[in-house]
Design a protein around this ligand. Sequence first.
Ligand SMILES: [Zn+2]
Length: 338
Amino acid sequence: MLNNKIIGHDFQKKILMRAERENIVSHSYLFSGPDGIGKKLIALEFAKLLNCKNKDLSKTTGSDNESCECGSCKKVEKGIHPDVVHVQYEGVKSIKVEQVREGIEDMLFLKSYEGKFKVVIVDEAERMSRGAQNAFLKTLEEPPPYSVIILITSNPDSLLPTIRSRCQMIKFGALREELIFEELKKRDDLSVEEALVCSKLSNGSLGRALMLDSDIIEWRKELIQYLMHLKPYSALRILGLAESMPLSSNPEDTEKLNLAFEFISLWLRDLMLIKMDSDKKGLTNIDLIEQSMEIAEKWNIDNILNKMSCVQNTWSDIYHMNANKQLSFENLFIRIAS
Ligand SMILES: [Zn+2]
């Protein structure tokens, strides 16, 4: 059994479990789908399952590998199994031919030490350079016996078609909001309301949801509330708000700035949905429904659409035209207040 604590993806888990059970394990898989939804975890659990020493026991008892105490499963979990390699090239823009040879091929062609299968998991496979992909293709064409290669990517189109066609493709979709909400409710640092907002902001990615802490959720609320009460003539408030935005170019601020654009856009989208009498369930900022309804009363649809395109243009000016961030936000906030 695959660890059933990994949320969602039941269909994909079944395909993999069936392959193992019926001895039809493919030499190469391509796991594709958005980031942060559990592809890596499932690849590691599959590697555990393939080499588990208690497999027959877990089949009869129905228990999953997460609780398996066998030496093999424990080693995969700790990342020290000699036959299971999880290749991650952190901080490397592009994976080069030599890295593929040293990290992947050399390992695959060695006889397995203790497992039945040699498993190589390549994270962010789309970062393999064209040369590296071509070199890798040869391994995919003539894989050593009992080897399983799992390529993981959020962007399968950036892999050569010849690579894609040699792998069994397993597509993973975004997780349902409710599943993420259930998971987030277990966290101590979020209230139920914050967990709900967070699940709505997650775009179906648990990884992303876990990155959004209560400080960020609260900052979103304050930012939107501030925008709700902004007046076009209150220059000081507009300047102050623009100044308070994460304007530096360090990675933390860059990440937060992206979120700011997303938060503002999603709030304007909420206003549109309220205008169109849509189901309240579709709203993101459910902790601001009443206040948003009051604002939606005052603004017409054209006005909201205008503001939405201002947000889009400001984002584009900053990211593509390298515009002055402070000035860009001042302009944006004046437009939102108007
Ligand atoms: Zn085991």
